[in-house]
Design a protein around this ligand. Structure first.
Ligand code: SF4
Length: 404
C-alpha cells in the first residue's frame, strides 16, 4: 500500500492477481474475457525454454482458451483504437496550435511521473486512455451490447508486460462506462505460471486465432510494445490523413531505437512535424527540460518509462539472474523488439484506420474519433500530484528557463 503512495511511476504496485482470475474462471455467472498486450506474444515463450523473441501468438491464444477464458481478445485492437483517437487529437492540436507537443499517454509509469514531477505539463498528455483501459471500456460497453451480456457479469482480465498497469487499472476514474474497465491484470510471469499450473506447454500447442470483434489488429497496434512503436503507429495514420499519402519511410528507423531520438517529417504543405521519442524517466526529464526552456519545439513526443526498449523490457516480463544478467537484459530486449516488428510486417493491414473491425466499431458504435461517446468512454482527465522535493527544479512551471 505504501509503495502505491510514493512510487512516482506506480511500478512498485506488485501484487499477484492470479487467484482473482482463477476465482472468476470458476464462477459460472461470470463471462471472463482476456486481452493480451502486444509484447506478451514475443516474451512468454521464454518461460517455456523457447528462444528469446520467439513469436507465439497462436499458441498463446490456444493456451488461454484451454485455461477457460470465454473470449480471447487482442489488446492490439485497443491500440488501434488509441491510434485513431490520438492521431485525431494530434491533428486538432496542430490546427489550433494549443498544448503542443502532444505527449503519448499509453504508459502509466510515464503518466504518473508527469503528474508527479511536471503537473504543469498534464494538458500536453493525450487525453486518450491507454490501450488496456480503452479495451476494457469497450468490452463493458460495445462488446457487452453486441453480445447481449450484462456488463455487470463480464470480468475483464488483461495480461501485460508491466507492473504499473495494475496501478493504472485501479485509478478511480477508470470506470467511465459505469463499470470498472479492467478487473484484473496479470503480468507475463503470472500468466506463464498459470499456463504451467494447468499442465500446458506453449511449445507444443497448436495455433488458434483470436476471437472477434476485438481480436483483429493491424501492424500499427502490434508495434505498441516497443519504444518508438506508439509514435510510429500514430504517425502512419496522422500522416496519411494530413497529406493524403501513405507514409513512405514506413519503418521510421530514425525514431525507433536508442534512448532518445528525434525526427522531422515533411508534411508536403510547407510544414513539417517534429517528433521525439524518449525511453526511461531520466531521458524524459531531459526532454521536458528542453521543451520547457524553449530549446526544443516538438509537436509529438512519445515517452515510455522502461529504460530498455519500452514494454518489451517491462517489469512484468521474464527476468534472469546470474552473472550475465545485464548483458542479457539488453540483448534480449533487442530480440524481443525484432519479434514485434516481424509480426507487424506479417500483418495484412499496417495502418489502424484500415482495420475492418475498427471501421465497424466507429460506424456502428462510436461515430467519429472524439465523438461524445468516444470522449466519455475512451478519454480521461489527469491528476496534479505535485510532489515537492528539496530539489526545486521539480516544481518549475512550463516555459520557465532552467538549467538541466
Ligand atoms: Fe509499463 Fe514499462 Fe511499458 Fe510503461 S514502458 S507501459 S511502465 S512496461
Amino acid at each position: 500500500g505504501q509503495c502505491i503512495m510514493v512510487c512516482p511511476t506506480g511500478a512498485l504496485h506488485e501484487q499477484n492477481d492470479s487467484q482473482k482470475v482463477w476465482d472468476a474462471l470458476a464462477d459460472e455467472s461470470k463471462h471472463v474475457v482476456i486481452q493480451t498486450a502486444p509484447s506478451i506474444r514475443v516474451t512468454i515463450g521464454e518461460m517455456f525454454g523457447m528462444e528469446i523473441g520467439s513469436l507465439v501468438t497462436g499458441q498463446l491464444v490456444t493456451a488461454l482458451r484451454r485455461i477457460g477464458f470465454d473470449k480471447v481478445f487482442d489488446d492490439c485492437f485497443g491500440a488501434d483504437v488509441v491510434v485513431m483517437e490520438e492521431s485525431y487529437e494530434l491533428m486538432e492540436r496542430l490546427e489550433s496550435g494549443k498544448d503542443l507537443p502532444q505527449f503519448t499517454s499509453c504508459c502509466p509509469g510515464w503518466v504518473k511521473f508527469c503528474e508527479t514531477y511536471y503537473p504543469s505539463m498534464i494538458d500536453n498528455l493525450s487525453s486518450c486512455k491507454s490501450p488496456q483501459q480503452v479495451f476494457g471500456a469497450l468490452t463493458k460497453s460495445y462488446y457487452a451490447e453486441r453480445a447481449g451480456i450484462d456488463p455487470e457479469d463480464i470480468f475483464c482480465v488483461s495480461t501485460m508486460p508491466c507492473v504499473a498497469k495494475k496501478y493504472e487499472s485501479q485509478r478511480p476514474e477508470m470506470d467511465s462506462s459505469g463499470f470498472r474497465d479492467v478487473d484484473a491484470v496479470l503480468t507475463t510471469r503470472e500468466l506463464g505460471e498459470m499456463i504451467k499450473q494447468v499442465g500446458l506447454d506453449i511449445t507444443n500447442l497448436p495455433e488458434e486465432e483470436y476471437d472477434n470483434p476485438m481480436g483483429y489488429a493491424t501492424g500499427a497496434g502490434v508495434i505498441f510494445g516497443s519504444t518508438g512503436g506508439v509514435m510510429e503507429a500514430a504517425l502512419r495514420t496522422a500522416y496519411e490523413k494530413i497529406t493524403g499519402e501513405r507514409l513512405k519511410d514506413f519503418k521510421l528507423e530514425s525514431v525507433r531505437s536508442d534512448d532518445f531520438r528525434e525526427a522531422e517529417i515533411d508534411l508536403k504543405d510547407g510544414k513539417s512535424l517534429k517528433v521525439a521519442v524518449a525511453r526511461g524517466t531520466s531521458n524524459a526529464r531531459k526532454l521536458i527540460h528542453k521543451i520547457m526552456s524553449g530549446e526544443a519545439d516538438y509537436d509529438f513526443v512519445e515517452v515510455m518509462a522502461c529504460p530498455a526498449g519500452g514494454c518489451v523490457g517491462g517489469g512484468g516480463q521474464p527476468i534472469y539472474s546470474g552473472r550475465d544478467k545485464w548483458m542479457r537484459m539488453f540483448s534480449d530486449r533487442v530480440k524481443r523488439a525484432e519479434g514485434l516488428f516481424k509480426a507487424d510486417e506479417e500483418k495484412e493491414h499496417r495502418v489502424a484506420h484500415e482495420n475492418p473491425y475498427i471501421k465497424q466499431l466507429y460506424d456502428e458504435y462510436l461515430g467519429e474519433p472524439h465523438s461524445e461517446r468516444s470522449q466519455r468512454l475512451l478519454h480521461t482527465p489527469y491528476v496534479d500530484r505535485q510532489m515537492y522535493t528539496r530539489d526545486e527544479r521539480y516544481s518549475v512551471k512550463k516555459n520557465e528557463k532552467m538549467k538541466v
